[in-house]
Design a protein around this ligand. Structure first.
Ligand code: NAP
Length: 335
């Protein structure tokens, strides 16, 4: 009998075709995520769940299928999965590290440039018929990016890719991370700083930590008050890493100059969010990895991971490596 995999929503065809080669696929071919009740109903008897970051994989869902062996998520963030519980139950978690790194770093840089140089404000000015003077010495002035100081919070895969781009802009690069990255300090010429010092020194701050209990509201009122009034904050990690209420206050009251945000505490961003009214903010709808090539590769990578586990082979994109000791791979082999 083929293993059964539940796919929570529409995914690129390349991944679906791959899953169908080896599995019986329960495919919910709809773009919006399923309701919790629908997930609970659908996973009762499955061997694998293929999900995205919008579906919370908690204890109740994990316990619904006694046959569950692997959860594959089409994301590098795993904050929507109860990793500890899944691991204790011997459930393998596969994710998509690496394949979205460069695409997400591109967007972080796009937000940095767009916010500093008021690209969206300028576009709006033209479309709304407010461009009256062809050129004026003081019109729409912004901040240079080249040659400035960039502080990277979380020098992992994406943080390092942002640093590589910043080198091309001749920026001075600082970083803060839970660990010193000495090999990257040598390779990229980046300098380690404790968080308060990095906040005080940097002209641009770009956040690239995962969302965990430790990083929730890592940037809140205290941290925002340490930043320069000319500084710009970029967040392409996860919304709750920044205390959004405090950020709105900081932007309104001019503690910082601007923000470029791809992620929010609540997504989609509510229509009455005060961020929408602020001119010094550039907003994108969680599209960090949203390029045609990268989304195809992410979809395929998550599918490959699921299949590997069901073949009893260790996938390179296994997130909870310690699970192997709890439930050896030969005992999950179905293909
Ligand atoms: P990564 O390679 O794991 O990098 C994260 C870095 O942050 C690591 O160096 C990590 O250190 C460090 N870190 C973890 N906890 C920390 C803490 N409490 N304080 C300081 N540093 C800490 O991950 P990545 O691939 O670069 O992705 C980063 C995050 O970006 C993902 O988790 C995801 O949430 C987000 N993301 C968003 C989008 C989007 O669409 N906007 C796209 C892709 C990714 P350790 O390795 O020692 O833990």
């Amino acid at each position: 009998m083929k293993p059964i995999v539940y796919v929570t929503r529409t995914i690129p065809e390349v991944a679906l075709a791959l899953l169908r080669q080896y599995c019986e696929v329960i495919y919910r071919d709809e773009v919006p995520p399923p309701s919790r009740e629908e997930i609970l109903r659908s996973v009762e008897n499955v061997d694998a769940i293929y999900c995205t970051l919008n579906e919370r994989m908690d204890k109740e869902i994990i316990d619904t299928s006694p046959r569950l062996k692997v959860i594959g998520t089409m994301s590098v963030g795993v904050d929507h999965i109860d990793v500890e519980y899944a691991t204790s139950r011997g459930i393998y978690i596969v994710y998509t590290p690496g394949v979205l790194t460069e695409t997400t770093a591109d967007l972080a840089f796009a937000l940095m440039l767009a916010t500093a140089r008021r690209v969206v404000e300028g576009d709006r000015m033209i479309r709304e018929g407010r461009w009256k003077l062809a050129w004026a010495p003081t019109m729409m002035l912004g901040y240079d990016v080249h040659g400035k100081k960039l502080g990277i919070i979380g020098l992992g895969r994406i943080g390092a890719a942002v640093a590589r781009r910043a080198k091309g802009f001749n920026m001075k690069i600082y970083y803060y991370d839970i660990m010193r990255r000495r090999e990257l300090e040598d390779e990229l010429g980046v300098e380690y700083m404790e968080l308060p010092q990095l906040l005080k020194e940097s002209d641009f701050i770009s956040i690239h930590v995962p969302l965990t209990a430790e990083t929730k509201h890592l940037i809140s009122e205290k941290e925002l008050r340490m930043m320069k009034p000319t500084a710009i904050l970029i967040n392409t990690s996860r919304g709750p890493v920044v205390d959004e209420k405090a950020l709105v206050k900081a932007l309104r009251e001019g503690w910082i100059a601007g923000a470029g945000l791809d992620v929010f505490e609540l997504e989609p961003l509510p229509a009455d969010s005060p961020l929408i009214e602020l001119p010094n903010v550039v907003l994108t709808p969680h599209i960090g990895s949203a390029s045609y090539d990268t989304r195809n590769r992410m979809a395929e990578y998550a599918a490959e991971g699921i299949i590997k586990v069901l073949k009893g082979e260790e996938p390179e994109n296994l997130y909870n490596r310690e699970v192997v000791k709890i439930r050896p791979l030969h005992s999950v082999k179905m293909i």
